[in-house]
Design a protein around this ligand. Sequence first.
Ligand code: RP5
Length: 169
Amino acid sequence: MAEGKVLVVMGSDSDFPVMEGCFKMLNKFGVEFEADVASAHRTPERAHELAATAEEKGFKVIIAAAGLAAHLAGVLAASTTLPVIGVPCKGGALNGVDALYATVQMPTGIPVATVAIDGGSNAAILACQILALSDKALSDALKEYKKSLASSVAERDARLKQKIAEMDK
Ligand code: RP5
C-alpha cells in the first residue's frame, strides 16, 4: 500500500463510468482512497464538510469529478489547502465544454489542477505523482509505468512499419 490516501468526490453516481478508470488506476498503484458523492449545488454543506475535514482525516490529495456547471472541484478547493484535481465530465448540451470551463477557470488563490474532459485515469496518475513526492516505492512504480508506455509506443511503431511494408506497391 502507498503511504498517502486520496479523497475522490463525484457530483453524482452518474459520473461513475468516467471515474471507473480513476479507481482502477489508484488500485493499480496500491493507493488507498475513499469515494463519496456530494454536489456543489444539491448538497453544498456536505461538499464543504468533506473538503474541510479531509486533511485531518489523513487525505493528501482530493480528486473532484463533475459535469454540467461543474463547480464541485472549485468549491472543495475553497475549503482546503490540499491539492485538488478536477475532472470535467462529458454530458449535457455542451458535451463537457461547460464542465471544463467551470472547473479550470478558477480565480487567483484557489487553484484546481484540471485534467482533460473525462480524464479520470490521468487524475489518478497525477494524484499518485503528488503522493510519490514522499513515497519512494510509489515513485519507482510510476517510473516503471512510464517505461511501459514508452515500450508500447515502440511496439506500435514496429506494427505501423510492418503494415506499410505489407502494402501493395
Ligand atoms: C453534475 O451533474 C454531476 O456531476 C453529473 O455529471 C451531472 C448530472 O448529475 P445527475 O443528474 O445524473 O445526478 O452535478
